[in-house]
Write a protein that binds this ligand. Structure first.
Ligand SMILES: N[C@@H](CCC(=O)N[C@@H](CS)C(=O)NCC(=O)O)C(=O)O
Length: 248
Protein backbone atom coordinates (compact mmCIF):
# COMPACT_ATOMS: atom_id res chain seq x y z
CA UNK A 1 0.00 0.00 0.00
CA UNK A 2 1.26 3.52 -0.78
CA UNK A 3 2.53 5.30 2.34
CA UNK A 4 0.42 8.26 3.41
CA UNK A 5 1.57 11.59 4.81
CA UNK A 6 1.31 11.60 8.61
CA UNK A 7 -0.30 14.57 10.32
CA UNK A 8 0.43 15.11 14.00
CA UNK A 9 -2.37 17.20 15.36
CA UNK A 10 -4.19 18.31 18.47
CA UNK A 11 -7.94 18.48 18.23
CA UNK A 12 -8.48 21.90 19.78
CA UNK A 13 -5.41 23.60 18.33
CA UNK A 14 -6.47 26.43 15.99
CA UNK A 15 -3.33 26.04 13.90
CA UNK A 16 -3.99 22.33 13.44
CA UNK A 17 -7.61 23.05 12.56
CA UNK A 18 -6.77 25.32 9.69
CA UNK A 19 -4.17 22.93 8.35
CA UNK A 20 -6.64 20.06 8.51
CA UNK A 21 -9.34 22.02 6.70
CA UNK A 22 -6.93 22.79 3.84
CA UNK A 23 -5.80 19.16 3.68
CA UNK A 24 -9.42 18.07 3.61
CA UNK A 25 -10.55 20.43 0.86
CA UNK A 26 -7.49 19.53 -1.20
CA UNK A 27 -8.43 15.86 -0.90
CA UNK A 28 -5.07 14.96 0.63
CA UNK A 29 -5.43 11.68 2.44
CA UNK A 30 -3.38 11.59 5.64
CA UNK A 31 -2.83 9.36 8.59
CA UNK A 32 -4.07 11.53 11.44
CA UNK A 33 -2.23 11.17 14.74
CA UNK A 34 -3.86 13.04 17.58
CA UNK A 35 -1.25 13.85 20.21
CA UNK A 36 -1.31 15.04 23.79
CA UNK A 37 0.65 18.26 24.03
CA UNK A 38 1.86 17.15 27.46
CA UNK A 39 3.22 13.86 26.04
CA UNK A 40 4.35 14.43 22.47
CA UNK A 41 5.37 11.28 20.66
CA UNK A 42 9.15 10.92 20.19
CA UNK A 43 8.72 10.34 16.45
CA UNK A 44 6.97 13.71 16.13
CA UNK A 45 9.77 15.45 18.05
CA UNK A 46 12.36 13.68 15.94
CA UNK A 47 10.66 15.05 12.82
CA UNK A 48 10.14 18.54 14.26
CA UNK A 49 12.11 19.32 17.43
CA UNK A 50 10.31 22.63 18.00
CA UNK A 51 7.44 20.57 19.35
CA UNK A 52 4.40 22.38 18.00
CA UNK A 53 1.47 20.95 16.11
CA UNK A 54 0.51 20.61 13.34
CA UNK A 55 3.39 18.63 11.82
CA UNK A 56 3.04 16.97 8.45
CA UNK A 57 5.57 14.26 7.59
CA UNK A 58 5.56 13.29 3.93
CA UNK A 59 6.33 9.78 2.72
CA UNK A 60 9.71 10.97 1.36
CA UNK A 61 10.65 12.30 4.82
CA UNK A 62 10.03 15.98 4.10
CA UNK A 63 8.59 17.73 7.16
CA UNK A 64 6.24 20.72 7.09
CA UNK A 65 5.72 22.07 10.59
CA UNK A 66 3.96 25.40 10.14
CA UNK A 67 0.21 25.46 9.70
CA UNK A 68 0.18 28.03 6.91
CA UNK A 69 2.90 26.14 5.04
CA UNK A 70 0.80 22.96 5.31
CA UNK A 71 -2.22 24.83 3.94
CA UNK A 72 -0.26 26.24 1.02
CA UNK A 73 1.41 22.90 0.29
CA UNK A 74 -1.92 21.05 0.24
CA UNK A 75 -3.63 23.66 -1.92
CA UNK A 76 -0.73 23.78 -4.35
CA UNK A 77 -1.43 20.09 -5.00
CA UNK A 78 -5.15 20.49 -5.46
CA UNK A 79 -7.25 23.60 -4.94
CA UNK A 80 -10.81 22.86 -6.06
CA UNK A 81 -12.26 26.04 -4.50
CA UNK A 82 -9.37 28.32 -5.51
CA UNK A 83 -8.48 29.17 -1.94
CA UNK A 84 -4.96 30.21 -2.90
CA UNK A 85 -6.40 33.12 -4.87
CA UNK A 86 -7.39 34.52 -1.46
CA UNK A 87 -4.14 34.32 0.47
CA UNK A 88 -4.02 37.72 2.16
CA UNK A 89 -0.76 37.72 4.12
CA UNK A 90 -1.43 41.06 5.81
CA UNK A 91 -4.80 39.95 7.18
CA UNK A 92 -3.44 36.59 8.30
CA UNK A 93 -0.51 38.33 10.02
CA UNK A 94 -2.93 40.61 11.83
CA UNK A 95 -4.72 37.63 13.32
CA UNK A 96 -1.64 35.48 13.94
CA UNK A 97 0.13 38.45 15.51
CA UNK A 98 -1.77 41.13 17.43
CA UNK A 99 -5.11 39.32 17.61
CA UNK A 100 -3.54 36.10 18.92
CA UNK A 101 -1.44 38.10 21.39
CA UNK A 102 -4.54 39.68 22.92
CA UNK A 103 -6.63 36.51 22.60
CA UNK A 104 -4.15 34.53 24.70
CA UNK A 105 -4.19 37.17 27.42
CA UNK A 106 -7.97 37.36 27.40
CA UNK A 107 -8.48 33.60 27.39
CA UNK A 108 -5.62 32.54 29.69
CA UNK A 109 -5.03 35.52 32.03
CA UNK A 110 -3.37 33.29 34.66
CA UNK A 111 -0.54 32.53 32.27
CA UNK A 112 0.27 36.22 31.92
CA UNK A 113 0.00 37.37 35.52
CA UNK A 114 3.65 38.35 35.46
CA UNK A 115 2.98 40.93 32.74
CA UNK A 116 2.30 44.34 34.25
CA UNK A 117 -0.44 46.69 33.16
CA UNK A 118 -3.54 45.92 31.19
CA UNK A 119 -6.02 43.23 32.25
CA UNK A 120 -7.96 40.64 30.30
CA UNK A 121 -10.88 42.94 29.58
CA UNK A 122 -8.54 45.38 27.87
CA UNK A 123 -7.15 42.54 25.79
CA UNK A 124 -10.69 41.51 24.89
CA UNK A 125 -11.31 45.10 23.73
CA UNK A 126 -8.22 44.97 21.51
CA UNK A 127 -9.50 41.79 19.87
CA UNK A 128 -12.92 43.34 19.42
CA UNK A 129 -11.38 46.34 17.68
CA UNK A 130 -9.75 44.02 15.15
CA UNK A 131 -13.02 42.11 14.66
CA UNK A 132 -14.83 45.41 14.11
CA UNK A 133 -12.56 45.99 11.12
CA UNK A 134 -13.42 42.52 9.85
CA UNK A 135 -17.08 43.33 10.42
CA UNK A 136 -16.78 46.38 8.19
CA UNK A 137 -15.06 44.26 5.56
CA UNK A 138 -17.84 41.65 5.72
CA UNK A 139 -20.62 44.24 5.44
CA UNK A 140 -20.67 44.07 1.64
CA UNK A 141 -19.48 40.52 0.95
CA UNK A 142 -20.09 37.04 2.26
CA UNK A 143 -16.46 36.19 2.94
CA UNK A 144 -13.41 38.19 3.92
CA UNK A 145 -12.08 38.60 0.39
CA UNK A 146 -15.21 38.25 -1.71
CA UNK A 147 -18.17 35.97 -2.13
CA UNK A 148 -16.34 32.66 -1.78
CA UNK A 149 -14.40 31.25 1.13
CA UNK A 150 -10.66 31.37 0.71
CA UNK A 151 -7.47 30.42 2.48
CA UNK A 152 -7.74 33.66 4.49
CA UNK A 153 -11.22 32.83 5.86
CA UNK A 154 -10.10 29.38 6.89
CA UNK A 155 -6.81 30.57 8.38
CA UNK A 156 -8.63 33.09 10.58
CA UNK A 157 -11.69 31.04 11.47
CA UNK A 158 -10.30 28.91 14.35
CA UNK A 159 -8.98 32.02 16.14
CA UNK A 160 -12.22 33.97 15.82
CA UNK A 161 -14.01 30.86 17.05
CA UNK A 162 -11.72 30.65 20.07
CA UNK A 163 -12.34 34.29 20.88
CA UNK A 164 -16.12 33.88 20.55
CA UNK A 165 -16.29 30.78 22.70
CA UNK A 166 -14.32 32.33 25.56
CA UNK A 167 -17.54 34.15 26.56
CA UNK A 168 -20.22 33.33 24.05
CA UNK A 169 -22.94 35.47 25.63
CA UNK A 170 -20.72 38.53 25.61
CA UNK A 171 -19.56 37.86 22.05
CA UNK A 172 -23.12 37.48 20.78
CA UNK A 173 -24.06 40.82 22.32
CA UNK A 174 -21.37 42.79 20.46
CA UNK A 175 -22.22 45.01 17.47
CA UNK A 176 -20.38 42.85 14.92
CA UNK A 177 -23.30 41.11 13.17
CA UNK A 178 -21.43 40.31 9.98
CA UNK A 179 -18.61 38.60 11.87
CA UNK A 180 -21.16 36.70 13.96
CA UNK A 181 -22.98 35.47 10.85
CA UNK A 182 -19.72 34.62 9.09
CA UNK A 183 -18.59 32.58 12.10
CA UNK A 184 -21.92 30.77 12.44
CA UNK A 185 -21.95 29.84 8.77
CA UNK A 186 -18.44 28.45 8.90
CA UNK A 187 -19.03 26.50 12.11
CA UNK A 188 -22.10 24.89 10.55
CA UNK A 189 -20.29 23.92 7.35
CA UNK A 190 -19.43 20.27 6.56
CA UNK A 191 -15.82 21.42 6.21
CA UNK A 192 -15.66 22.48 9.84
CA UNK A 193 -17.86 19.74 11.25
CA UNK A 194 -15.73 16.94 9.82
CA UNK A 195 -12.87 18.06 12.08
CA UNK A 196 -14.47 16.57 15.19
CA UNK A 197 -15.43 13.22 13.72
CA UNK A 198 -12.01 12.60 12.21
CA UNK A 199 -10.30 13.70 15.47
CA UNK A 200 -12.24 11.07 17.41
CA UNK A 201 -11.07 8.42 14.96
CA UNK A 202 -7.49 9.74 15.15
CA UNK A 203 -7.50 9.56 18.97
CA UNK A 204 -8.85 6.01 18.98
CA UNK A 205 -6.17 4.99 16.48
CA UNK A 206 -3.42 6.53 18.65
CA UNK A 207 -4.75 4.76 21.77
CA UNK A 208 -4.66 1.44 19.94
CA UNK A 209 -1.15 2.26 18.77
CA UNK A 210 0.20 3.25 22.20
CA UNK A 211 -1.43 0.23 23.85
CA UNK A 212 0.51 -1.90 21.37
CA UNK A 213 -2.61 -3.33 19.76
CA UNK A 214 -1.86 -2.11 16.26
CA UNK A 215 -0.40 0.67 14.21
CA UNK A 216 -2.65 3.68 13.66
CA UNK A 217 -4.50 3.18 10.44
CA UNK A 218 -5.31 5.73 7.76
CA UNK A 219 -8.78 7.11 8.03
CA UNK A 220 -11.15 5.02 5.99
CA UNK A 221 -12.63 6.28 2.76
CA UNK A 222 -15.95 6.68 4.53
CA UNK A 223 -14.44 9.19 6.97
CA UNK A 224 -15.50 12.82 6.78
CA UNK A 225 -11.77 13.54 6.58
CA UNK A 226 -11.96 12.77 2.89
CA UNK A 227 -13.74 15.01 0.48
CA UNK A 228 -16.63 13.54 -1.47
CA UNK A 229 -14.86 13.71 -4.85
CA UNK A 230 -11.87 12.00 -3.31
CA UNK A 231 -14.02 9.32 -1.73
CA UNK A 232 -15.39 8.61 -5.16
CA UNK A 233 -11.89 8.63 -6.60
CA UNK A 234 -10.71 6.26 -3.87
CA UNK A 235 -13.56 3.86 -4.47
CA UNK A 236 -12.75 3.89 -8.15
CA UNK A 237 -9.08 3.22 -7.57
CA UNK A 238 -9.76 0.53 -5.00
CA UNK A 239 -12.20 -0.94 -7.49
CA UNK A 240 -9.41 -0.95 -10.06
CA UNK A 241 -7.19 -2.64 -7.50
CA UNK A 242 -4.34 -0.15 -7.37
CA UNK A 243 -5.39 1.16 -3.94
CA UNK A 244 -3.67 4.52 -4.43
CA UNK A 245 -5.27 7.54 -2.88
CA UNK A 246 -3.45 10.74 -3.73
CA UNK A 247 -5.32 13.20 -5.90
CA UNK A 248 -3.72 14.44 -9.07
N1 LIG B 1 3.39 28.82 14.14
C1 LIG B 1 2.91 27.49 14.44
C2 LIG B 1 2.23 27.54 15.81
C3 LIG B 1 1.70 26.18 16.26
C4 LIG B 1 1.40 26.15 17.76
O1 LIG B 1 1.81 27.04 18.51
N2 LIG B 1 0.69 25.09 18.18
C5 LIG B 1 0.49 24.93 19.60
C6 LIG B 1 -0.84 24.23 19.90
S1 LIG B 1 -2.23 25.26 19.46
C7 LIG B 1 1.54 24.00 20.16
O2 LIG B 1 1.82 22.98 19.57
N3 LIG B 1 2.15 24.35 21.28
C8 LIG B 1 3.15 23.52 21.90
C9 LIG B 1 2.79 23.10 23.28
O3 LIG B 1 1.76 23.56 23.82
O4 LIG B 1 3.54 22.32 23.86
C10 LIG B 1 1.99 27.02 13.32
O5 LIG B 1 1.38 27.86 12.66
O6 LIG B 1 1.90 25.80 13.06
Amino acid sequence: MTALPVLYSFRRCPYAMRARMALWISGTVCELREVKLSAKPPEMLAASPKGTVPVLVLPDGEVIDESLAIMRWALARHDPEHWLAGDDHALIDLIDGPFKHHLDRYKYPDRYQHEPGIDRIDHRGECLAILSDLNFRLSDRAQLLGERRSLTDIALLPFVRQFASTDRLWFDAQPIPYVQDWLEDHLASPLFRQLWASSRRGRRAMRRCSSGLRRPSPLPPSAGWLSQPLRTCLRERVGRGDGSAAPA
